[in-house]
Design a protein around this ligand. Structure first.
Ligand code: PHE
Length: 347
């Protein structure tokens, strides 16, 4: 077969192969096999040295022509296949922008935060400042300054978690009283403050007790503050919180840091006062303790009890929230169960 015929056959066969190739890698392979250094075209060109001087340029030109033709055919087929691949990729990655999106769930403020902020608002409206206390306290402020010396039996009621002999996590928010009193400048007016926060006790957890709960401490100190001011203030606040229909009672009580002391109860939300497991069959739930600031507590904070007097109270916002929303187990507040928390969306 003449070289021309060989080239002609090569052309026909290769064009057929190119047309049949349906992958880029196959086209590449054809390119290497046909046009590469070891391919048939190179072979033909190499064989030209045996040709006559007359034939050589003709065959050379024909070989070049075929090479160019095949190179073009290969490039064209590659472009076609690339286009097909791109179209396929675009089709598979299509985004339907009309599909509904994934909705982010909105959190809510914790129900206790909501209740505490509401109580704060009531007091701020009456001119109280909101003071931040500290959860890790010293024995000195938690007990001593609250008139509970080391051997005082009333310490048993507030047994707690000690970090060392002198440092503990506070059992009540009352130490904020002492911290605020010793800082207050009475030349600038009366002291009126509330201090909300967490407190900790070695309690047995049950439906109305948790080893961690909240209190809102309140304190007013000025010249001429009386028990009538205490009663009037609590009446306003409790009516605001519970509405007019709940019953409230004041009982004489005892706190080492107030004298006289009272306990304020609200009629049970669950049984309405008949007696049930929530109110421990008494019909009443303790909401707050209060009293007139003990003269010794004033003295220890550098305030002259002959000139100044005051009242103090401690509210349990956990109980307020239970009453408000009919939650029958205080432990629900601390389990972080979304099914519970999501019920209190707030405003
Ligand atoms: N600190 C008291 C308690 O935890 C509550 C209280 C505060 C009572 C202020 C009187 C005055 O039980």
């Amino acid at each position: 077969m003449s070289l021309q015929d060989q080239l002609e056959t090569l052309k026909t066969q290769t064009l057929a192969k190119i047309a049949a190739a349906d992958e880029l890698s196959a086209v590449d392979q054809i390119r290497v096999e046909t046009l590469g250094k070891k391919g048939p075209i190179t072979e033909v060109l190499r064989g030209m040295k045996d040709l006559s001087a007359e034939e050589r340029p003709k065959v050379g030109a024909f070989a070049n022509e075929i090479r160019d033709l095949l190179t073009n055919a290969i490039e064209q087929r590659k472009a076609e296949l690339e286009k097909v691949a791109l179209e396929k990729a675009l089709a598979s990655e299509t985004l339907d922008v009309t599909l509904p999106g994934k909705r982010l769930t909105h959190g809510t403020r914790h129900v206790l935060t909501q209740v505490m902020e509401e109580i704060e608002d009531t007091f701020v409206g009456m001119g109280y400042q909101v003071v931040e206390g500290q959860e890790v306290e010293t024995d000195h402020y938690n007990f001593e300054r609250m008139n509970l010396p080391k051997d005082h039996p009333a310490r048993d009621m507030q047994d707690t978690f000690y970090i060392s002999d002198d440092i503990l996590i506070r059992t009540h928010t009352s130490p904020v009283q002492a911290r605020t009193m010793e800082q207050h400048d009475f030349s600038k007016g009366a002291l009126r403050m509330i201090s909300p926060g967490k407190v900790f006790r070695r309690d047995t957890d049950d439906a109305t007790h948790s080893h961690q709960f909240h209190q809102i401490e309140g304190l007013v100190v000025d010249k001429g503050v009386t028990m009538a001011d205490l009663k009037g203030t609590l009446e306003v606040v409790l009516k605001e919180l519970f509405g007019a229909d709940r019953k409230i009672r004041l009982r004489p009580s005892y706190f080492p840091f107030t004298e006289p002391s009272v306990e304020v109860d609200v009629s049970c939300f669950k049984c309405g006062g008949k007696g049930c497991n929530v109110c421990k069959y008494t019909g009443w739930i303790e909401i707050l303790g209060a009293g007139m600031v003990h003269p010794d507590v004033l003295k220890m904070s550098g305030i002259d009890p002959e000139v100044y007097s005051g009242f103090a109270f401690g509210i349990g916002p956990d109980r307020v929230a239970m009453l408000r929303y009919g939650v029958n187990d205080i432990r629900n507040f601390y389990l972080n169960d979304q099914r519970f928390l999501q019920q209190f969306k707030g405003e």
